[in-house]
Write a protein that binds this ligand. Structure first.
Ligand code: AKG
Length: 288
């Protein structure tokens, strides 16, 4: 990866992601999931109607003038506001106005991204076109989110507390991934802040004097193509770049095992949010 500073490029060690074709449920459960390493799963979305159906015209017909809530950015980096916690600046607009904006590649000051929209609530009409992967234990399943955007959008470096299958329908995404053990090299916001799961780094314009340890970070790079799923284990840091004009993905989140809270980012959260321990115990009890 070429991160850049004002003076010189920085070389951070990058490894390419492994791809596995149509692993069985047993392979996922006993090999892929326990390895706690991201992989791309190919050939698992072949039965999804979304792959052949979802074009802008189709989505406009099915969704039409529904009002949606899109996130807004002035520089295409869709950052949460560290003062406000989980909120990102947003705006309500008609779905068709949003897709027109994408198609016309408008050179506006504002850029829009439909991020993390719970599909069963906001777009129930799209549910028949997708399938919850059978790798996910129904007792642990949390939510399916829809993401629609355009090339150049960036979801900056962060981790989630859930297991994730990021599933690509249209366009490609470039994803940079860092293991939980790399946390101290990624300069998260302080554990007591409102955004302990976000990194302070802008890895494309790195301030090397402030963040020197990033140079030692080990990264896995992935180019996710339509029809592919990326397994992102809980607490893995990731930064996601949307490529191509029309970019559509879904992510499936499910509850992680309590032992993942012993990883460095998990420990930071538990230390600051005591109520989390109770939640984790409940999750674990519910799944057994
Ligand atoms: O696709 C994106 O822009 C971000 C996805 C993401 O962060 C996630 O699936 O957790």
């Amino acid at each position: 990866m070429n991160a850049t500073t004002k003076n010189q490029p920085i070389e951070t060690a990058v490894n390419e992601i492994e791809r596995i074709h149509q692993p069985t449920l047993e392979e996922f459960k006993h090999k892929i999931f326990p390895a706690r390493k991201p992989v791309v799963i190919t050939g698992k979305m072949t039965d999804w109607k979304a792959l052949s159906l979802w074009s802008v015209d189709y989505l406009n017909t099915v969704i039409g003038n529904k009002e949606i809530n899109v996130h807004v950015s002035h520089n295409k980096i869709f950052n949460v506001d560290p003062e406000a916690g989980f909120t990102i600046a947003s705006k309500k607009m008609k779905f068709t106005d949003f897709t027109n904006w994408i198609v016309q590649e408008q050179k506006t000051d504002e850029h829009y991204y439909l991020q993390q929209s719970p599909v069963t609530i906001t777009f129930p009409e799209l549910v028949p076109d997708i399938e919850i992967p059978d790798y996910i234990d129904p007792k642990l399943f949390m939510i399916t989110n829809l993401w629609i955007g355009t090339g150049g959008n960036v979801s900056p470096l962060h981790h989630d507390m859930s297991e994730n299958l990021l599933s690509q329908v249209c366009g490609r995404k470039r994803v940079l991934l860092f293991a939980p053990q790399q946390t101290s090299r990624l300069y998260p916001f302080p554990a007591h802040s409102k955004t302990p799961h976000m990194s302070q780094l802008n890895i494309d314009q790195l301030d090397i004097n402030r963040f020197p340890k990033f140079q030692k970070a080990q990264c896995i790079e992935c180019l996710l193509e339509p029809g592919e799923m990326l397994f992102i284990p809980a607490f893995w840091w990731h930064q996601v770049y949307s490529l191509d004009q029309i970019n559509i993905s879904l992510n499936f989140w499910w509850k992680t095992h309590f032992k993942e809270y012993f990883t460095p980012p998990g420990r930071r959260l538990v230390a600051q949010i005591p109520g989390l321990i109770w939640q984790i115990c409940k999750n674990f009890a519910g799944a057994n």
